[in-house]
Design a protein around this ligand. Structure first.
Ligand code: BG6
Length: 486
């Protein structure tokens, strides 16, 4: 679907996210000829600057985030012509008149207000937009995470933004939903007959979802120390992946059909009590160690870090979904900074064959396992048992492998490219609805409360490892291992 003419307003337009992700993503879509010729990008900052000065900043801070291979001087010139800079103070109603003057007054035009700002500014920006007459039927608002720090603050954001924009105008970003491999998971589950009959407690023994990063929290400790791994990654990215794995087949691919099913999963997650929490949640914090052979400091020694910080940089959870399909199937979720490797993957392990006819001949059959790789490569691996060629009947595991980059040579799209196009087209499927956001916070809140009451330190783990030993014990109690540790 072609994108119609737009004014895209980036609040936080001089910030890190705009420079590193949003502007490069928009450049990439411009280069791919997805943007209409007249579409404009209006970046907001507090200082007074000319368009020329702002473009010089973009040259310096954003251009380096575009790969040399995709840099085309003519397209870059064309892209820069779309850019405008407007000075607005989010908390000063009067300054929104600068924005009114810069926008085109045409009800046919799509207007997007992208709030790449701290959430504490969402309410005043939306209110000031409305007071300036800019919250019109052709407007959309995009909210960047963190979308709250607990249930009450998430509800408050929903309420404040909802005063001026209807739910169909609100795009809550979780960039994991824009990743190619997550889309592929939908295709895998609902574009094939093969998996659906097996995708249930009768045949699946457990699911592991891991997002591990070698990167530390250095450079953004200010934010990270107020969030931690649970708020930063688990409440959003990991739970969204869990929803896509566990949801019932939606009736269509429409936004509400998909979001209704995700919501049911979030509402069916078994609530933790203080007793079950102690057994099923592990939090850790990295100490000094080596990542890829390079010595790195511990979290408390990162620049500007609080030397007594209790913030967790790792969390592992055993979750359960109370539905007929999933009752009794553990979903192990884990994420951490400064881990042994950078990867994101979903591992679906099937049950063992009900009766092995080979047992007598010393051939153990291993359970089948499907691995959906999101990062660094996108692919599928499936473990099957096969006969070793030659005399006798010996079985051994073999891997079916598919690398999506090799299979499809077409150019890739970054998550933000896809999500920005969807905003401009008005497609909401890959964005969280208000009730989903609240349901996710509702489930994690007892964990946050428990940690606050306990005031205990997270368990230390050495940088460059797979986290605290307690995370291995969490899954080990069920007779299992994390895939990387198996
Ligand atoms: C962000 C988190 O949402 O996701 C970061 O705030 C994290 O802490 C990042 O590093 C991971 O995203 P990706 O796409 O690099 O896996």
């Amino acid at each position: 679907m072609a994108i119609s003419d737009f004014d895209l307003v980036l609040f936080g337009g001089t910030g890190d996210l705009s420079m590193r992700k949003l502007l490069p993503a928009l450049y990439a879509r411009d280069r791919a000829k997805d943007l209409p010729a007249e579409g404009r990008i209006i970046c907001i900052g507090r200082d007074n600057k000319s368009d020329e000065d702002f473009i010089a900043i973009v040259e310096k801070d954003s251009k380096p985030h575009i790969s040399a291979a995709s840099m085309d001087a003519d397209v870059w010139q064309r892209f820069c012509k779309r850019l405008r800079y407007v000075s607005v103070n989010a908390k000063e109603a009067g300054s929104f008149q600068n924005l009114v003057k810069a926008l085109r007054d045409d009800p046919q035009l799509t207007r997007v207000f992208y709030l790449a700002t701290p959430p504490s500014l969402f309410a005043s920006i939306c209110e000031n937009l409305a007071n300036a007459g800019l919250a019109t039927a052709n407007s959309r608002v995009v909210l960047e995470k963190p979308l709250g720090r607990d249930l009450a603050s998430a509800r408050d954001i929903n309420k404040q933004v909802g005063r001026h924009f209807s739910e169909s105008q609100i795009f809550r970003i979780d960039h994991y939903l824009g990743k190619e491999a997550v889309q592929n998971l939908l295709a895998l589950r609902f574009g094939n007959v093969l998996f659906e009959p097996l995708w249930r407690r009768e045949w699946i023994s457990d699911v592991q979802i891991t997002i591990a990063e070698e990167l530390g929290a250095g450079g953004r400790v200010d934010y990270y120390d107020t969030a931690g791994a649970l708020r930063d990654m688990l409440q959003n990215h990991l739970l969204q992946l869990l929803c896509i794995v566990a949801m019932e087949p939606p009736v269509t691919n429409s936004a509400d059909a998909v979001r209704d099913e995700k919501l049911k999963v979030l509402r069916s997650l078994k609530r933790f009590t203080p007793t079950t929490l102690a057994m099923n949640v592990v939090r850790g914090q990295y100490r000094a160690g080596h990542v890829n052979g390079v010595a790195v400091p511990g979290y408390r020694k990162e620049e500007d870090a609080n030397p007594e910080s209790h913030t967790e940089t790792f969390v592992a959870v055993k979750a359960e979904i109370d539905t007929w399909r999933w009752a009794g199937v553990p979903f192990y979720l884990r994420t951490g900074k400064r881990m042994a490797d950078s990867l994101a993957e979903i591992v679906v392990r099937f049950k063992s064959v009900p009766h092995s006819i080979f047992a007598q001949q010393n051939n153990s059959t291993l359970p089948n396992c499907l691995v959906i790789r999101l990062q660094p490569d996108e692919g599928l691996h499936m473990n099957l048992m096969a006969k070793t060629p030659g005399d006798g009947m010996r079985l051994r595991p073999v891997e079916l492998e598919m690398d999506f980059r090799e299979k499809f040579k077409t150019p890739r799209m970054e998550a933000y490219e896809r999500l920005l196009l969807d905003v401009l087209r008005g497609h909401l499927t890959l964005f969280m609805r208000s009730d989903e956001l609240e349901a996710a916070w509702e489930w994690v809140e007892p964990i946050l409360e428990h940690w606050e009451q306990q005031e205990t330190d997270p368990i230390p783990y050495n940088a460059g490892t797979w986290g605290p030993a307690a995370a291995s014990a969490l899954i080990g109690r069920d007779g299992l291992q994390w895939r990387e540790e198996a």
